[in-house]
Design a protein around this ligand. Sequence first.
Ligand code: CTP
Ligand code: MG
Length: 413
Amino acid sequence: MLADFGHTVHAVSFRGLGLNAQYFIVFKRLKLTHIAQIIVAAGKGARIGGDIPKQYRPIGGIPVLKRTVNATLAHPDISETVIVVAEGEPHIADIITGHDNIRTVTGGATRTASVKAGLVALADNPPDLVLIHDGARPFVSKKVISDVINMLADLPAVAPTLPIVDSCKSWEGDDIDRDQILRVQTPQGFHYKEILRAFEIISPNDNFTDDIAVAYNANITIGFTDGEERNFKVTYPEDFAKAEAMLMKDTPASYIATGTGFDVHRFTDGDTLWLCGVPIKCGFTLLGHSDADVGLHALTDAILGALAFGDIGDHFPPSDPKWKGASSDKFLLFAIDKIQERGGQLQHVDITLICEKPKIKPHRDAMREKVAELCGIPPTRVSVKATTTEKLGFTGRSEGMAAQASATIKLPE
Ligand code: CTP
Ligand code: MG
């Protein structure tokens, strides 16, 4: 009998829900259901080939199986994990290190034999429910897992599925009604005792492509939930490129912000002036409420500009005696902190000092080093330049100096 359980849920054989369903609903409510999972990872990955099986090869620097383990352990209802691995597999140790609730058992020559090894390993302390998942499906979501668990309150066997959008044909070319068939994913969930029994009655050489097929063979009622395209099984070499592309798309959207800053200070009598955090002994200085470091002030404003967070005068008013003689490092470090608070990343800064004197070139590398240190970026991302105004205007007459700066910041949307 075909039963419809909602928009995507069908049962291929239906034997009534009765007491079992109420039992699990009560257990779920009390959060007492013992849910174990078996991750099968004993395959050779022959379709992908290579030196090591696909489940140990990295996607975005992390082995496929480690991703699968992390994704499934992120689900709060799963309290115990058995990973089925090939005999003597050297790569598994790195994956399970640090997890107390994971055991490994040795798999068999077929996926069916490997699943059976996992089920038998759970027999000592039998769980209420067991989820059986392919180690080669690293992008399983919490939702897919939860949907399976939730339907297990009503049915003893559940699998996530996807519809087929392409036309389907037999090898003879006959049309096959695509509405009659589904793509089946994992995790497939079961009432533990029922699926164990279903595996016990098959003969040792039987090879089923999945566990729902074993349940079907034992006449167990089956329900289907929604699968997800992301939950694909890494099967062919090109699946690694597909997975990497998917991860790239997952990284949060960001944008590049550019801010500019400008500042001027007047020359006055003195001995040393501060430029870009570096003291220059030149026989005069710059007049200002703080240390008058025109370079750092322009840069601070450039950063605040990229963050659209006001200007230096808003945060450090010259009227406040607290900032009298202050070292301008403080202003810059404040702006850098704001970048971090926003989750941003300073990419590059460019400062232009505009003056007839002092000569900037001899101090330029020291300035780049100092600004890089304050900004927490390498000196290769810091530019310090100088120019004159050809003796024109207030800088040309050496009444003071000006600085302009730009800051480029990567910010999350
Ligand atoms: N699997 C297993 N034991 C086997 C065969 C397969 O535990 N004897 C596992 C695989 O490691 C995989 C999952 O079952 O996580 C699904 O199988 P499949 O994608 O077919 O993986 P492989 O058998 O490794 O790949 P191939 O068929 O290309 O050799
Ligand atoms: Mg296989």
